[in-house]
Design a protein around this ligand. Sequence first.
Ligand SMILES: C[S@@+](CC[C@H](N)C(=O)[O-])C[C@H]1O[C@@H](n2cnc3c(N)ncnc32)[C@H](O)[C@@H]1O
Length: 260
Amino acid sequence: MAEAQRSTSFDAVADCYDRTRALPDDAARTFTEALAAELTGRGRCLEIGVGTGRIALPLARRELPMAGVDLSAPMLSRLVRNAGGRAPFPLARADVAALPFGPGRFGAALAVHVLHLVPQWRRAVAELVRVVRPSGLLLVDAGGASQGVQDAVGARFAAEADLPDYPGMRDAEELDGLLEARGARRRLLAPVRVEQHRSPESVIAELEAGIFSRTWTVTPETRRRAAAATRGWAADALGDLAAPRTVIEEIVVRAYDLPG
Ligand SMILES: C[S@@+](CC[C@H](N)C(=O)[O-])C[C@H]1O[C@@H](n2cnc3c(N)ncnc32)[C@H](O)[C@@H]1O
């Protein structure tokens, strides 16, 4: 469990996770459809870091056989509540770097917003290759390109608070290299465009409140100080802090076809 202890725990945000990470309905639908098109007919798909089921539940509702693991019991409890009070598919509390499954158990696996959190992410990738059968599929959302007020404010806040980088995967090309070395063929799925409207103040307030995992390594006092400094900077650099701006993000899923 030593590696698990160094991973980022989401226990404290289980109750606000869905509210603060929800995609707009149209983007969520497009994302689910793109994943479902890849997963249909492949057998059971394991989502690692399944969390509250934000991604897996809509897939399960489309009759795709899913399974999930997560380190956080509160996140898994929330998933069960989101599903109406009963586990909608097999769930296990486990570390992605030591999956409690035999070789070739799944037809596919899915990792969304998780490998950047895991110090042992290379071991987690080896685990995915082990538990997915030959000719199976891995789908990884390694974070998309975004632009606009969210990035500018986030970067300023990170500098003011001296936030460390995420503890896990930083470079999706390293992931490509690892999997290609194991004989996988990489494809990029069509980007899913996400358009949201955010004011600088709403972004700063969320960073100050410690909603996002990158801010969890610093104290509330550091977050308050960084938020005050970021507000001062943003008033000069961006103008009206309360006025919503358009934020565009593109989610790019990497698909890896495993060798037979
Ligand atoms: C950002 S959330 C993503 C949840 C879900 N995939 C989604 O997109 O909504 C990351 C999840 O990974 C879990 N997690 C982090 N490190 C983990 C590890 N080493 N093993 C298993 N789960 C882990 C956290 O508990 C959390 O539920």
